[in-house]
Design a protein around this ligand. Structure first.
Ligand code: MN
Length: 437
């Protein structure tokens, strides 16, 4: 589904959208929820363009739109992204095309819409929609193998891993948007060889580099989603940091999986990038021939031909000392979503395959996306080999796990000749000290 909104040569009348390194060119058009900084006005949905936000509340009133597009703009004006997510993909695409045309160079809408822009630096972003349920998968096979070796040296990948997308149910109430803080959690720590755990602040606080995908239209309870229809049910992709307390996790995770080690906080990026914008970056997907092949309900010609996405991923770290000395963040690693063992369509299809009802605005995390090589770990647990090999930062500081004051930033972008670069914006949050135990 490549169309004129993917042409790399089309420019915007907004000059900042034409900069080579912008995350938000005309070809991206991601949605976010915002209000003006310092105001107590109601939040509404906007679209990031260059260094600005197109305020859809004002644009609905000031722009000239077809009646079909006006209908789509109404819930967005009210800040109700969920109602828009529930629309069929054809309707969502209609709005993308209308906004693309209105922001393109030469559009007669330029004078009216110029007055509907707000600088991103003057906006306070919010979690973009009501996230009813949040599920985190585990599709990064290099992460699963490395972490599995640390927890179970003889048995890193359990036998189910190559047959189904493993997941656990996360906590949506503690999802925050980039720019917030994450408090170091308290929990039970069980030292090796100790007779009893102690309650203390986590000493092994970690990040996880993930993408998240929002569910568009859902399915009724008891019904399933055919993988052939999966794309229709996927809305947008965000960056997701699944903060993890490894010491709490090691003690509590068997037999039911992560609980308090992860429910204390999750950070997402404020701008969610539409599946339409990512269409040129789809890639073929396959399990290695020597691995089990997906059961029929997790397999389709389309999933094989283009179920994967080529998205570059990075983690950056700025410590409190670096910030105090005005030193920039340092990049800890890079990876790519193309290494994932399961596709977004397989995650969604599997989730609904028992009749579980998914709803507009539900969030599915992909699991940590580590690359195949050493140094491409998407968590400190991997980069420091379970805390045994500290990383040395450019200013001489070392890290095994995160310290108070550390700011972790996830970044993602596409990079493919003949296309416009699409970025996701930053997903940043800073660690603050634990409460007294
Ligand atoms: Mn995770």
């Amino acid at each position: 589904m490549i169309d004129h909104t993917h042409l790399p040569t089309t420019q915007s009348w907004l000059l900042s959208a034409n900069a080579a390194d912008t995350d938000f060119p005309l070809q991206n058009l991601p949605y976010g929820l915002f209000r003006r900084s310092g105001s107590n006005e109601d939040a509404r949905v906007g679209i990031a363009i260059g260094d600005q936000i197109l305020d859809l509340q004002r644009a609905a009133a000031a722009g000239r739109w077809s009646s079909a597009v006006q209908v789509l703009l109404q819930p967005l004006s009210r800040g109700d992204l969920n109602a828009f997510m529930a629309q069929p993909s054809s309707q969502r695409r209609l709005l993308r095309h209308a906004v693309f045309d209105a922001l393109a160079e030469g559009s007669p809408q330029q004078p009216a819409l110029s007055a509907c822009l707000l600088a991103q630096t003057q906006a306070q972003m919010a979690v973009p929609c009501r996230i009813g349920d949040y599920t985190d998968f585990y599709t990064g096979i290099h992460h699963a193998t490395t972490v599995g070796k640390l927890f179970r040296p003889d048995n890193p990948l359990l036998p189910n891993y190559k047959w189904l997308p493993i997941g656990y149910h996360g906590r949506s109430s503690s999802i925050g948007v980039s720019g917030s803080h994450v408090r170091r959690p308290l929990g039970q720590l069980m030292a090796p060889g100790a007779e009893a755990p102690v309650r203390a602040a986590s000493q092994r606080l970690d990040h996880e580099l993930e993408l998240g995908v929002f569910v568009a239209g859902g399915n009724a309870l008891g019904e399933v989603i055919d993988i052939a229809d999966a794309d229709e049910h996927l809305f947008d992709v965000t960056l997701l940091n699944d903060w993890s307390a490894r010491d709490l996790q090691a003690w509590e995770y068997q037999p039911l999986g992560p609980f308090l080690a992860k429910s204390f906080g999750t950070t997402i990026s404020p701008w969610i990038v539409s599946m339409d914008a990512l269409e040129p970056f789809r890639i073929a997907f396959a399990h290695p021939p020597s691995d089990p092949q997906p059961l029929p309900y997790l397999d389709s010609p389309k999933n094989r031909a283009e179920g994967g996405y080529d998205i570059e991923l990075e983690v950056w770290l700025q410590t409190a000392a670096m910030r105090a000395a005005d030193q920039p963040a340092t990049r800890l690693m890079r990876s790519n979503f193309k290494h994932a063992y399961w596709t977004l369509a397989q995650m969604l299809t599997h989730h609904a395959s028992n009749g579980c009802n998914l709803q507009p605005g539900d969030l599915l995390g992909t699991g940590t996306q580590s690359g195949p090589a050493a140094g491409e770990g998407g968590s400190m647990l991997e980069l420091s080999i379970g805390g045994k090999q500290p990383l040395t930062l450019p200013n001489g500081e070392t890290r095994t796990f995160l310290q108070d004051g550390d700011c972790v930033t996830l970044r993602a972008f596409t990079h493919k000749p003949g296309t416009r670069r699409i970025g996701f914006g930053d997903c940043s949050a800073t660690v603050t000290a634990a409460l007294p135990a």
